[in-house]
Design a protein around this ligand. Structure first.
Ligand SMILES: Cc1cc2nc3c(=O)[nH]c(=O)nc-3n(C[C@H](O)[C@H](O)[C@H](O)COP(=O)(O)OP(=O)(O)OC[C@H]3O[C@@H](n4cnc5c(N)ncnc54)[C@H](O)[C@@H]3O)c2cc1C
Length: 259
C-alpha cells in the first residue's frame, strides 16, 4: 500500500506568530517553521500501519516555500520513506482552491492508495483542503476522524459531530483527515535522524505537474482585502475587596456578557 501524508509547514505555535499587514501573508521570518503537529499525527497513523504491514510505502507531500525541506526532513526522520515538496514562487499567496489543485496534481503522479491529512492547519485553519483534493481526484473523503483503522482495501473510523458519533468507512483509494484525538506522534530517534539525511526528498514545480497553478493562473480566487493587527491588550479593572468585591465581580461578568 502507498500512503501519502499531506504535511504543511507552519510557524511554531509556541512562538509569537505575525502576519505582514501589507500583504496579509504570514511573516515567516518572525517564528521558527515546524511541521504542523496535526500532520505529525496523520503520519503516526501511517507509521503504525507500516509497522504491521512491511510492504507499505509512506510519502510525505508538501506545498510551500523552499525552506519547507526542513519540515520534510523531520518527517523523514520520524519514519516516512520519501518526501516531495512542490514549490514555485508563483504559488505564493495561493488560496485553498489553488493549493488543492496543486496538491491533487502531485498526488495524481504518485499512484497512491490512501491520502492522510490534518483536519485543519494551525495557521490557515481553512479546514477544506483535504475535501477539495478528494473532489478533484474523485475519491471519497472521510473528514475529521478521531480514530481510524486502515486495512488492505478499506479505511474506516469515527468522527464526532454535534449529534453524536459517526462511524464511516470507504474502499480505497480515499482521502482521510484526522483530528488531534488520533495517534500521538513519536519523537524521531537518533537513528531516524541519521537515516533521514539519505532518504529521497524531491522538489517539483508546477511545470513538473503539467498544470498552471498559483494566484495568477486562477480564473477566480479569494483576495485579501485588508489586514489588521490584533489590538494591544488593555489592563482590566482592578477590584479591591472593601466588602463589595463579589457584587462588583458579578456586575463585571454581567456587563461583559460572561454569565
Ligand atoms: C511559496 C509559498 C508560500 C506560501 N505562504 C503561505 C503563507 O504565508 N501562509 C499560509 O497559510 N500558507 C502559505 N502557503 C501554503 C498555501 O497557500 C496554504 O497551504 C493553503 O492556503 C491551505 O490553507 P489552510 O492552511 O487553511 O488549509 P487547511 O484546509 O486548514 O489544511 C488542512 C490539511 O490540508 C493539508 N494541507 C494544507 N495546506 C497544505 C500544504 N501547503 N501542503 C501540504 N498539505 C497541506 C494538511 O494536511 C492540513 O492539515 C504558501 C505556499 C507556497 C508555495
Amino acid at each position: 500500500m502507498k500512503i501519502v501524508v499531506l504535511a504543511k509547514q507552519v510557524p511554531d505555535t509556541w512562538s509569537d506568530r505575525k502576519i505582514n499587514l501589507d500583504t496579509g501573508f504570514l511573516d515567516r521570518s518572525a517564528s521558527d517553521p515546524v511541521p504542523d503537529e496535526i500532520n505529525e499525527r496523520a503520519l503516526e497513523n501511517a507509521l503504525l500501519y507500516k509497522e504491521a504491514n512491511a510492504d507499505t510505502e509512506i510519502v510525505v507531500l508538501s506545498m510551500g516555500p523552499e525552506q519547507t525541506t526542513q519540515t520534510l526532513r523531520k518527517l523523514l526522520s520520524m519514519g516516512a520513506d520519501s518526501a516531495v515538496l512542490v514549490t514555485n514562487p508563483a504559488l505564493a499567496g495561493s488560496d485553498m482552491v489553488q493549493t488543492a489543485r496543486t496538491l491533487a496534481a502531485a498526488v495524481q503522479q504518485m499512484d497512491a492508495d490512501l491520502l492522510l491529512a490534518g483536519n485543519e492547519a494551525t495557521d490557515g485553519r481553512g479546514g477544506m483542503v483535504p475535501a477539495m483534493i478528494a473532489e478533484i481526484l474523485g475519491w471519497p473523503v472521510l473528514p475529521g476522524l478521531d480514530h481510524l483503522q486502515i486495512a488492505a482495501d478499506e479505511v474506516s473510523g469515527t468522527a464526532q459531530v454535534d449529534a453524536g458519533t459517526l462511524t464511516l468507512s470507504s474502499p480505497l483509494p480515499a482521502v482521510v483527515s484526522v483530528t488531534e484525538k488520533t495517534a500521538e506522534a513519536r519523537f524521531p530517534s537518533f537513528k531516524g535522524i541519521m537515516q533521514a539525511k539519505k532518504k529521497p526528498l524531491d522538489t517539483w514545480n508546477s511545470a513538473d505537474l503539467g498544470i498552471q497553478a498559483g494566484p495568477e493562473a486562477a480564473s477566480s480566487r479569494s483576495v485579501m482585502v485588508s489586514a489588521q493587527g490584533r489590538p494591544a491588550k488593555e489592563a482590566g479593572p482592578k477590584i479591591t475587596d472593601d466588602g463589595t468585591a463579589a457584587a462588583q465581580l458579578a456586575e463585571f461578568l454581567v456587563a461583559n456578557r460572561l454569565i
